[in-house]
Write a protein that binds this ligand. Sequence first.
Ligand SMILES: [Zn+2]
Ligand SMILES: [Zn+2]
Length: 219
Amino acid sequence: MDPEDLRLAVYRSFAASGRAPATADLALELAVSEPEVVAGLWQLHEARHLVLAEGGTIVMAHPFSAVPLGFSVMGRDTLWWGGCAWDSFALPHLLPAEGEMLIATRCPACAAPLGWSVGTAEPPPGGQVAHFLTPAARMWDDVVHTCRHQRIFCGHDCVEAWCRQAGAEPGYVMDLPTLWRFASRWYEGRLDRGYLRRDPATAAQYLRECGLTGDFWGL
Ligand SMILES: [Zn+2]
Ligand SMILES: [Zn+2]
């Protein structure tokens, strides 16, 4: 089995249904045995194409998530767990046929409900800010924890209040237009065959073009 076939099958299942596929369904679709699928999934996990839980269940295939991380993203007929702020804002770009998608969350500090209609033409209006807790160099130490703490707050005051309450060092704060730009092309190509991750230099160039700066991003 070509691991790229398996990667695409996982991504296409998430894209079409909002859910991770079952191992048995993948085996059927790819006409291979379940142990082959399991071995292939771990290979993709090692290569950071997806994230498995200890037992081998698919947790994430960025920007898709099989578990709630604070966001929901509603398309025309499909509902996705949005992953983190970055992942949620990426979905309208990765799935343009959905048109504008409704992204909803709560401010982690004050629990205010927050929502935006997000499309590919321009950033949604709103004075809220995204707060990223984990610096880029450590994002993959525990990527589910990382995504869980990439959230959108009412504003700077709520970020500060949350950090105080959590006893956490403040991370990186960006406005919605920066988040929207940053999310727009990061996951480009993941639904296509032959997807290759950006090399570190190209990734750094992309981050700079999006307006991100500083040690937090390794720039
Ligand atoms: Zn708030
Ligand atoms: Zn994420």
